[in-house]
Design a protein around this ligand. Structure first.
Ligand SMILES: CC(C)(COP(=O)(O)OP(=O)(O)OC[C@H]1O[C@@H](n2cnc3c(N)ncnc32)[C@H](O)[C@@H]1OP(=O)(O)O)[C@@H](O)C(=O)NCCC(=O)NCCS
Length: 167
């Protein structure tokens, strides 16, 4: 059973910090560029809870906290927002958890927030994340060539794939 729960107050961030410091999990995210601590994460979380432009949800699989999904950059004038997600518990990858969590978050965006469009961006190499979006009928609407640096030590770059789903 997969559920998402809106974060309204500070939750235990210990496990979450471990996930954010795991280079395999953050390989395709700018989170890989900083060191995360319980203190920094609590500060981040407080900002998100207060923010008008973000809704952050915990993802639960059979009542176990396994990841996060966020509706960010909520624009109430244009009625658009971005969906972002990660599954920190790697033993649960490949079980359609992110696909379901994204589906629930998108439904929340359309029904509860009145959004008309939800969009997402992935690294070109992040095929599993692209699959999550395709599973949710997001359409690829653009590719920004060589948008991302892959590492501090290499000149190799990756494209950014942009997807959207219209209500
Ligand atoms: C990307 C991520 C969210 C996927 O979560 P998940 O719960 O494993 O995703 P799902 O099981 O719902 O779907 C994954 C799909 O990708 C497929 N997949 C996995 N690795 C793949 C690869 N290398 N190439 C192509 N497809 C791949 C799976 O087979 C599955 O396809 P299916 O729906 O046809 O079975 C998770 O791996 C993760 O958190 N990664 C690190 C953080 C991240 O990349 N976040 C997204 C940033 S845009």
């Amino acid at each position: 059973m997969i559920k998402i729960k809106l974060i309204k107050r500070i939750v235990d961030t210990k496990q979450w910090v471990k996930w954010l410091n795991d280079k395999e999990i953050t390989k395709f995210s700018e989170q890989r560029l900083r060191k995360h601590t319980v203190k920094s994460q609590k500060k981040f979380l407080l900002g998100k809870i207060k923010s008008e432009n973000s809704k952050l949800f915990q993802i639960f699989y059979n009542n176990l906290f396994v990841g996060l999904v966020e509706l960010g950059f909520i624009d109430r004038f244009h009625k658009t927002c971005e969906v972002m997600y990660f599954l920190g518990n790697k033993s649960y990858w490949g079980k359609k958890i992110a696909t379901t969590a994204v589906s629930l978050a998108v439904r929340y965006a359309f029904k509860n927030l009145g959004m008309l469009k939800v969009y997402a961006g992935t690294y070109g190499k992040n095929k599993s994340s692209q699959k999550v979006l395709k599973n949710n009928n997001f359409k690829l609407v653009g590719v920004m060539k060589n948008q991302f640096r892959l590492s501090k030590l290499s000149v190799k770059r990756d494209d950014k794939y942009i997807y959207e789903k219209i209500k």
